[in-house]
Design a protein around this ligand. Structure first.
Ligand code: BMA
Length: 312
């Protein structure tokens, strides 16, 4: 860490918290988990599990404090079902979980990977005992999606990242029934040239509601001579018109630094898909994939992130 920059997200001392060797059945890697708090205050992660075919499915782990003593479910929670959903024929990946109070259900936006490319699919569950898949929500090529936790202007909203004409930017779509998504609008885009987020960007975790706006954690990718670098930045969207980006960071706030983030199946990647906000309504646990190989957690504060963003 460079002491001249504030440490907005502090790595947990026992990172990586989850690795493939801990699993009760054979998996190759575990990464990019969605996260949520359950009613009893415990943490549930929905992890991407890649096997030796190269295909991914999703499995649950739980912990009382969201940091250690993880219990790993003996079988995967959600698997690809290509016979019913051909868009899942190469697996399901990178889930983002949003609890929707009005419906008393958790909604999972995940990447379904099929012959036409990656697309966004939705599933919902009451208690993570079983689930209902809703199928394709957004056609390929689209990913990095999450729902907002409530209706805004009477519509459900989803942030997502289509790739078109080689550009990869963050968009928002709305829906009346959580099935049909329309009225797509650009929220903010990848920058140009040598910026840290010039190659492509995508939503990292579901939006967090604050008094100042929706706090957005996103990943930005830079391409250089040794490949791609995945880093993390912040933005703020208007509370009532979230298609309006009211603030965006210049500097990234979190980047591959430790050995487990620098080296793995894909070097130099930190890729968060899940965040939990603790009972003090300020402390957050950010769960991220490390080099597409293991899972780490970093601890931060919403207030500090907003203060920092204000001064950018
Ligand atoms: C992105 C996604 C992530 C992955 C990252 C780095 O495009 O596919 O699942 O972690 O690349 O490889």
């Amino acid at each position: 860490m460079n002491p001249n920059y504030p440490e907005l997200l502090k790595r947990f001392e026992n990172n990586p918290i989850l690795t493939a060797s801990m699993w009760p059945y054979p998996i190759h890697t575990v990464f990019n988990p969605g996260a949520t708090l359950l009613k009893d205050g415990s943490t549930l992660l929905l992890c991407r599990l890649e096997d030796r075919r190269g295909l991914s499915q999703l499995g649950i782990v739980r912990s009382k404090n969201g940091l250690d003593d993880w219990s790993i479910d003996p079988t995967p929670f959600m698997t690809a079902e290509p016979e019913i959903y051909p868009s899942e024929c190469w697996g399901i990946e990178d889930p983002r979980i949003t609890y929707i109070n009005e419906l008393n259900r958790f909604y999972i936006a995940y990447v379904s990977y099929g012959e036409k490319g990656p697309s966004v699919s939705l599933a919902n569950t009451k208690n993570f005992e079983d689930y209902t898949k809703q199928g394709l929500a957004l056609e390929p090529n689209d990913k990095d999606a999450a729902l907002f936790p409530r209706k805004i202007q009477n519509k459900w909203l989803m942030l997502h990242r289509p790739i078109e004409k080689d550009s990869a930017n963050i968009w928002i779509s709305n829906s009346e029934d959580l099935i049909h998504w329309e009225n797509r609008k650009l929220v903010f885009g990848a920058r140009n040239g040598s910026w840290w987020d010039a190659e492509k960007i995508g939503l990292a975790t579901p939006p967090i509601e604050t008094k100042e706006g929706w706090l957005i954690i996103y990943h930005g990718v830079k391409k250089n001579a040794s490949g791609y670098l995945y880093r993390i930045g912040l933005a703020l969207l208007d509370l009532e018109y979230p298609e309006k980006c009211i603030k965006r960071c210049n500097d990234w706030i979190f980047a591959p630094e430790t050995e487990y983030e620098r080296f793995g199946d894909v070097n130099n990647v930190v890729f968060p898909c899940g965040i939990t906000v603790l009972a003090d309504k300020d402390t957050v646990h950010l769960y991220y994939g490390c080099a597409d190989t293991s899972i780490g957690v970093a601890i931060g504060s919403i207030r500090s992130m907003l203060n920092w963003l204000r001064n950018q």
